[in-house]
Design a protein around this ligand. Structure first.
Ligand code: GAR
Length: 187
């Protein structure tokens, strides 16, 4: 099969990146990962790109026109899917208008609940009985856009933020690949 060329955007640990790299090696998985974009030079995730010899762009978001540089790289590497995997910077409207292909994001809650930051503490404060993660198309509004895939689990009464985060990420490693398969199922 001819795989679609994807770029993964990260800012932190990169555990979703690691998982997607592993999945992309499977014969039937619809994407290959041809570029990693990172806005944090201290991100642990950078190591996954290096270890797997994936082209890497580390950008300084304080520089003017940094998004133009990203757009150039996306073109250079013929990227037709962007996966935001813990990329903690909002893409500008201009970027979204310029990149005409697919952009998806993973968020650690059952959207439309708990958009934005500090998700886990708000979930606990709100005494939710279940939570999970969502993969959705990126639109101009934060953590909005059509939902592609969601996975959930029930919260135990002793669960704290660390445990909820861990349980959420286990679901993320299932939801992200599942969403990517769904996108290309009929293409
Ligand atoms: C993931 O849990 C993802 O849902 C979250 O960042 C984490 C990145 O983890 N994203 C957001 O909060 C975006 N609003 P990772 O670097 O280990 O993949």
């Amino acid at each position: 099969m001819v795989k679609k060329r994807a770029s993964i955007f990260i800012s932190g640990k990169g555990s979703n990146l690691k998982n997607l790299i592993k999945k992309s090696r499977e014969y039937n998985f619809p994407i290959s990962i041809n570029l990693v974009v990172c806005n944090n030079p201290n991100s642990e995730g950078i190591l996954h790109a290096k270890k797997n010899s994936i082209p890497l762009l580390i950008i300084d978001t304080k520089k003017r026109n940094f998004e133009n540089k990203i757009l150039l790289y996306l073109k250079k590497y013929k990227i037709s899917l962007i996966c935001l995997a813990g990329y903690m910077k909002i893409l500008s409207k201009k970027f979204l208008n310029n990149y005409k292909k697919i952009i998806i994001n993973i968020h650690p809650s059952l959207l439309p609940k708990f958009k934005g930051l500090n998700t886990f503490s708000r979930i606990l404060e709100n005494k939710e009985i279940k939570t999970g993660c969502t993969v959705h198309y990126v639109s101009e509004k934060l953590d909005d856009g059509n939902i592609i895939s969601q996975k959930y689990f029930y919260i135990n009464k002793n669960d704290n933020e660390i445990i909820i985060k861990r349980k959420t990420q286990i679901q993320e490693y299932l939801a992200f690949p599942e969403a990517i398969i769904k996108i290309y199922r009929y293409n």
